[in-house]
Design a protein around this ligand. Structure first.
Ligand SMILES: [Fe+2]
Length: 389
C-alpha cells in the first residue's frame, strides 16, 4: 500500500474511473488488487488480533467476512447464469451449487441474520482462504474468456464483485480500529488550509451519466437546482474541529439537535478520538458534524452541492475521510433496484449520505458519484465532513 492515501478531485481516482469505464484488463487489475488487500488484511488480523470476535452489532466475524466476499463473487459471477445481462439479470435465476458445499446457508448476507453469523459452522481460516482463491480463479477465467471489447453488461458483475470486495476491506480496517489493533493502512493526507469554493446558482445533473458501471442508487441522473453557496475546498481538519471540543461544545446543548442530544447521552467514551491537526477530522457521527457546523455558523453541504463542486474541479479536493452530507439516503426519482437488490433499497430513509473517500478506502472505489451511507450515530467508520454556507 502507498504510504499516503490519495487526494482526489473531479470524478475521482484513476483506478475508480478505470474500473467503471475501462475494459476487461482494468477489471482484472482491480479484482487482483482488491484481493491482495483482502489477504493483506487477513494476514494482519490473524497475526495480531486473531479471528475470534465477540458479538457486536458493529462487527462481523472476520471468517464470515472473507467467506462472504468469496461467496458473493461466486454467486454473482461464476454461478450466475445471467451474468452477461448485467443490471438486467434476473437475480433469482437458478444457480449451480457453490464450490464450498453449503456456502449459501452461511454467507448470503440477505438470508443470514447478523447475529446468527457468530453461531455458524464457518470454514476455518485455511478453508476460507482456499474458497477465496478458487472463486477468484473461476472469476478471472470467465473474465479472460469474454470476447474482445466486451461491453458494460458483460463486465457488470465483475466490476460489482471488485467494488464489493473493496467495501469489505474497508470494513475490516475500521473493525480493527474499533477493536484497538493496527492493520496496514495508508496514512491520511495532510491538508493545508485552502479556503472555499464558490458555487454559482445553476442547474446540476446529479447522478451517474457516464457510460460504464454505476450503482443502482446513482441512477437515474436528473437535474437539480443548486443555489449559490460556498463550500470548503477540503474536509474539516482536526485543527478546525478541536476548538469546538476545547470550548466545551460537547457540554453546550445549543449546538446539538434533539437527536444529537439523545445520542450524546448514550456516549460511553469521551468525545472524538483525535488525529494530527492537518488531517481530516474522522470517526465523527453525523451529530458531531452538525454540532460543529452550528457552532461555526456553517452547515453541511447537500450531496448535490458536494457532487457539483467535486465535478467543477477548481480546487475542490477530497480524501482522508468520508464526508457526512445534509442529504438523507433516498432513491433518485425513477430508481430501479439492480439485481443485488439489498445493496440500496433496504437502507433508504434510515441512513445519511456520505461522499468522498477515507484513507482506508480502496482507490478502486474512490469516485465522485459514489454514495456511501451510514446511520447517523455511527462513528466507527472513517467519517468526517466539510462545511458550507
Ligand atoms: Fe457484502
Amino acid at each position: 500500500m502507498a504510504a499516503t492515501s490519495g487526494v482526489y478531485s473531479a470524478l475521482g481516482s484513476r483506478e475508480a474511473r478505470a474500473l467503471r469505464q475501462g475494459g476487461a484488463a482494468d477489471v482484472r487489475e482491480a479484482l487482483r488488487a482488491v484481493r491482495a488487500r483482502t489477504l493483506e488484511l487477513a494476514d494482519a488480523w490473524e497475526g495480531t488480533h486473531g479471528l475470534r470476535v465477540g458479538y457486536d452489532p458493529g462487527l462481523n466475524p472476520p471468517l464470515w467476512e472473507w467467506g462472504h466476499v468469496a461467496w458473493f463473487q461466486e454467486w454473482w459471477v461464476a454461478r450466475n447464469p445471467q451474468r452477461s445481462r448485467g443490471a438486467q439479470a434476473d437475480p433469482d435465476a437458478a444457480r449451480p451449487p457453490p464450490l464450498l458445499p453449503g456456502a449459501d446457508a452461511l454467507y448470503d448476507s440477505s438470508r443470514v441474520a447478523h447475529r446468527a453469523r457468530w453461531d455458524l459452522p464457518l470454514a476455518d481460516a485455511a478453508g476460507t482462504r482456499a474458497y477465496l482463491q478458487r472463486t477468484l480463479e473461476a472469476t478471472l477465467d470467465l473474465l479472460d474468456a469474454l470476447p474482445p471489447g466486451a461491453g458494460d453488461d458483460a463486465l457488470y458483475f465483475f466490476r460489482l464483485a471488485a467494488l464489493h470486495e473493496a467495501m469489505h476491506a474497508e470494513a475490516a480496517a475500521y473493525m480493527a480500529r474499533a477493536l484497538g489493533f493496527a492493520v496496514p493502512m495508508a496514512a491520511a493526507p495532510a491538508w493545508r488550509e485552502a479556503g472555499e469554493v464558490h458555487l454559482p446558482a445553476q442547474s446540476f445533473r446529479l447522478g451517474a451519466s457516464e457510460p460504464g458501471f454505476a450503482f443502482d442508487n446513482e441512477l437515474p441522473h436528473h437535474v437539480v437546482p443548486i443555489a449559490a453557496c460556498r463550500i470548503d475546498a477540503q474536509p474539516v481538519t482536526w485543527a478546525r474541529f478541536l476548538p469546538f471540543v476545547e470550548q466545551g461544545g460537547y457540554t453546550q446543548a445549543r449546538w446539538w439537535s434533539e437527536e444529537g442530544l439523545a445520542w450524546l447521552r448514550t456516549l460511553r467514551e469521551p468525545p472524538a478520538p483525535r488525529g494530527a491537526p492537518d488531517q481530516a477530522a474522522a470517526h465523527l457521527s453525523l451529530h458531531e458534524a452538525e454540532a460543529w457546523c452550528r457552532w461555526a455558523g456553517r452547515r453541511l453541504p447537500t450531496e448535490a452541492e458536494w457532487e457539483c463542486a467535486a465535478l467543477a474541479g477548481a480546487g475542490f479536493e477530497w480524501g482522508g475521510a468520508w464526508e457526512w452530507t445534509a442529504s438523507a439516503f433516498l432513491p433518485f426519482e425513477g430508481f430501479v433496484a439492480h439485481p443485488y437488490r439489498d445493496y440500496s433499497a433496504p437502507w433508504f430513509g434510515t441512513r445519511r449520505v456520505l461522499r468522498g473517500a477515507a484513507a482506508a478506502t480502496s482507490p478502486w472505489l474512490a469516485h465522485a458519484r459514489y454514495r456511501n451511507f451510514f446511520e447517523p450515530h455511527r462513528r466507527d467508520a472513517f467519517s468526517g465532513f466539510r462545511s458550507a454556507a
